[in-house]
Design a protein around this ligand. Structure first.
Ligand SMILES: Cc1cc2nc3c(=O)[nH]c(=O)nc-3n(C[C@H](O)[C@H](O)[C@H](O)COP(=O)(O)OP(=O)(O)OC[C@H]3O[C@@H](n4cnc5c(N)ncnc54)[C@H](O)[C@@H]3O)c2cc1C
Length: 424
């Protein structure tokens, strides 16, 4: 099942033109576009292509969470617009980051393989494209990471199933993932119980099936938000601290809509809020070490994950179709703790530091909406990322950047065209 492809990622660069769009470099954080020098190179390349001349005077980004911040940073660092402004009313987190946003709540997993499911070919392809862009985005962000823990918190994932039915589902999903054309460079393999024990000695011996994926892992979503905020500030991005009630009222040449579950109201997109709860646990002296990498499991048919964090771990996540409800329920906490203890018995000694809920901005087909609005070309959609908005941040940036320049974006993003439901 394991295979390795060439290390170059030229597959992510816009291909030869076949639809009237000019091919161009993207801001997909590819090798060579990293750090400060990389940003300058991207800007130079844009200017050489004449792209700077078609840029906007004023670019407004609606929503200042992970997607909005990353798109604003990309536009500012490549000198796309004279002025980049983020509209974001929520500044309740440290350093003004939005603490009610889904990105603040999230587990931070970069998980196209462990989220793989038959029938979701386009979702998988988009996720794999984005996963390959993460190392370059992390390089580019490095100068802005605040002192303290790094952005990247896990570099591999173990997936396991506890009962027979869950093991069958896991085998089926992983075999499907391994057959996908985009799996070619995936370090995905079925492992024995003994291999699992050696890799993660603190886990209970309950797995009936286990897989390891070497290049997934996770980021610390809160450190990521802090670094993106600092990167935006360094590039002169400004904030307007109010909610937008109508896109018609926004004074800008171009608008990037990145308002998460608030996007439905603004653009009539089929994005619905799907509630999820997570727990944050802090290690106490003498307690069992947390798992070394991300652990994903099916326990009694329920999905569960343990994500390592500096000094602890995140346990997630529940999923409910309850509309705009961000309250943490007793049943949610009970189920998460019971399932987590089945996998990781040492959890009882940890401090329960936080229980929090957020709203995933879900679309009907689990793909986001990426690209120009079919009726208002001033508006570029970057929303509806559902369970995977952190993971999909780099490919979203590349797609938005291409849409703003009217050049061809990542091939995998085409399935996420905003007019796909209107087309039937
Ligand atoms: C429990 C949970 C666990 C998750 N785990 C993961 C994970 O492990 N990996 C992963 O990749 N993803 C995960 N996600 C999903 C991820 O958090 C989202 O997909 C991602 O945050 C979407 O980013 P966003 O910037 O589009 O939206 P959000 O993070 O929701 O932010 C939207 C922002 O828009 C602002 N806004 C809304 N309306 C307006 C308006 N009218 N005007 C101006 N601003 C507005 C809001 O204030 C908010 O700050 C998880 C989500 C939840 C809830």
């Amino acid at each position: 099942m394991t295979s390795r492809a060439a290390a170059d990622d030229d597959g992510h660069r816009p291909a030869a033109d076949d639809d009237g769009h000019r091919p161009a470099a993207d801001d997909g954080f590819r090798p060579g576009a990293g750090a400060g020098a990389g940003a300058a190179a991207v800007a130079r390349e844009a200017a050489d292509n004449g792209i700077a001349r078609i840029g906007a005077r004023r670019l407004a980004v609606i929503g200042g969470s992970v997607i909005g911040l990353a798109c604003a940073w990309s536009a500012a660092r490549t000198k796309l617009a004279t002025e980049v402004v983020i509209y974001e009313p929520d500044e309740s987190g440290p350093d003004g980051v939005p603490a009610a946003a889904a990105a603040w709540v999230a587990g931070g997993m970069l998980a196209p393989f462990s989220e793989a499911w038959p029938g979701e070919e386009a979702v998988f392809a988009l996720g794999v494209d984005s996963l390959r862009r993460w190392p370059d985005m992390l390089d580019a962000l490095e100068p802005y990471v605040p002192p303290g823990p790094p952005v990247r918190t896990g570099t591999h994932t173990h997936m396991l199933a506890v009962d027979e039915a869950d093991a069958r589902d896991l085998d089926m999903a992983m075999e499907w993932a391994a057959r996908q054309p985009d799996s070619t460079d995936a370090d995905l393999r079925r492992i024995t119980r003994r291999e699992l024990r050696e890799a993660e000695p603190s886990l209970a011996r309950v797995a009936r099936a286990a897989y390891r994926m070497d290049s997934e892992g996770a980021v610390d979503n809160r450190v990521l938000l802090a670094a993106l905020t600092r990167a935006c500030r360094a590039e002169g991005v400004r904030w307007v601290r109010s909610a937008v009630t109508s896109l018609d009222d926004v004074d800008a040449d171009r608008i990037v809509l990145a308002a998460g579950s608030g996007s439905a109201e603004l653009a009539g997109l089929p994005v619905r809020p799907v509630k999820g709860e997570v727990l944050r646990l802090r290690a106490r002296p003498g307690c069992e070490d947390p798992p070394r990498g991300v652990v994903r499991a099916f326990v009694r048919g329920r999905p569960l994950y343990l994500v390592p964090r500096d000094g602890g771990l995140v346990v997630g996540a529940t999923q409910y179709e309850h509309g705009d409800d961000r309250q943490v329920t007793v049943a949610g906490v009970r189920d998460l703790l019971a399932d987590a203890e089945t996998i990781f018995p040492g959890i009882g000694e940890y401090e329960l530091a936080e229980a929090i809920a957020g709203l995933r901005p879900m679309s009907p087909d689990n793909l986001p909406f990426l690209g120009a609005d079919p009726t208002d070309p001033r508006v570029i959609h970057a929303t509806g990322h559902g369970r995977n908005g952190i993971a999909l941040t780099p490919v979203t940036v590349a797609a938005v950047w291409a849409a703003l320049h009217a050049v061809r974006g990542p091939a995998a993003a085409r399935a996420a065209a905003p007019d796909r439901f209107a087309r039937g």
